[in-house]
Ligand binder design. Structure first.
Ligand code: ZN
Length: 146
């Protein structure tokens, strides 16, 4: 180990990172060819660099799984929301129906007309909501936009 080696040790790391200019890299490579100790050092550094590169390559995987679980969560969230919406509408309709049967004064011409309009609107709303839901589910680019 010569005094020059100390300097070349830090150069080894910088060379592997591609931070040395052509002249510095030339000096470094020339020294490594001559010096066993620095060659061993470089080999050890190379292993470390490969390991950190592999760790870097694994990072997108984590992102992928994070996105995967988020989209699974979003999908089930939407499904639960839709089920609750339909359940709520059915409950309201059931309640209105029971009320109408128990109090015949609601079964007037106006009452029935208003009920028919409301039911029609609800059916259209459910139909549109379902269509949107399925369009969204079948859109292959929906995750890319986010
Ligand atoms: Zn050396």
């Amino acid at each position: 180990m010569t005094p020059a080696c100390t300097r070349y040790q830090t150069d080894g790391m910088r060379w592997l990172d591609g931070e040395l200019d052509a002249q510095e890299a030339g000096h470094y490579q020339a020294h490594v060819r001559e010096c066993d100790e620095c060659r061993r050092e470089l080999a050890a550094l190379g292993r470390v660099v490969r390991m950190t590169d592999e760790l870097k390559l694994r990072a997108p995987d984590d992102e992928f799984w994070k996105g995967y679980w988020e989209s699974v969560y979003r999908r089930s969230e939407r499904r639960v929301g839709f089920v609750l919406l339909v359940a709520g509408i059915l409950a309201v309709l059931g309640y209105a129906f029971v009320r109408a049967v128990r109090s015949p004064e609601l079964l007037t011409y106006e009452g029935i007309s208003v009920t028919l309009i409301l039911v029609g609107l609800i059916v259209i709303f459910i139909s549109v909501a379902r269509e949107r839901y399925h369009e969204h589910k079948n859109d292959p680019y929906k995750e890319v936009e986010r």
